[in-house]
Design a protein around this ligand. Structure first.
Ligand code: ZN
Length: 180
């Protein structure tokens, strides 16, 4: 867990290379981890996102946070998933997705309906959950981030064409930002 910035400033945007790199497993559950997770939840809420993966704040480690949308009466769902593994099942379902790292781009992606997720919590305790609805979708999207895969990699040719200009603008913005 060396060199983890506990207080990342902002969400990293496409096409930052950290987003395209497979992330490293979390090996030490030390005090840097809760601080990082807390900051990630803050950034996710500020951006009104449903989930945020560590590479999206420039930290190439295998963890993500999601917002618990189940409400006060709903089941208690952990908001942090560390070193997650997915088991996918069911039919492929098309659903429109966006990404906090790729502003203003939306694309319909077909993904398996059912996901069984195994992960560790902040205390290093393993847990398992299953979903066949919105959470299953979010888990797959965030897990992709840990593999260095973005929605742009899964875009169908039509959406790629429709979003060509917006993606080009993001690339130009990134180049200009790196030159500063
Ligand atoms: Zn994303």
């Amino acid at each position: 867990m060396n060199s983890i910035p506990a207080q990342p400033e902002k969400i990293v945007l496409y096409p930052d290379p950290v987003l395209a790199r497979p992330a490293e497993p979390v090996e030490v559950f030390d005090e840097g981890l809760p601080a990082l997770v807390e900051r990630m939840v803050e950034l996710m809420r500020d951006a009104q996102g449903a989930g945020l993966a560590a590479p999206q704040v420039g930290v190439s480690r295998r963890l993500f946070v999601i917002e618990d949308e189940s409400g006060p009466e709903g089941p208690s769902i952990p908001t942090v998933f560390i070193n997650p593994e997915l088991e996918l099942g069911g039919d492929l379902i098309p659903f429109e997705e966006g990404c906090l790292s790729i502003p203003d781009i939306r694309t319909t992606i077909r993904r398996p309906k059912t996901v069984r997720i195994k992960a560790f919590d902040l205390q290093g305790q393993p847990f398992e959950l299953e979903d066949d609805d919105f959470l299953a979708r979010v888990w797959q999207h965030e897990f992709d981030h840990l593999e260095g895969v973005l929605i742009t990699d899964r875009m169908n040719p039509r959406d790629r064409l429709a979003n060509r200009k917006a993606l080009k603008e993001l690339r130009l913005d990134f180049e200009q930002g790196s030159e500063r």
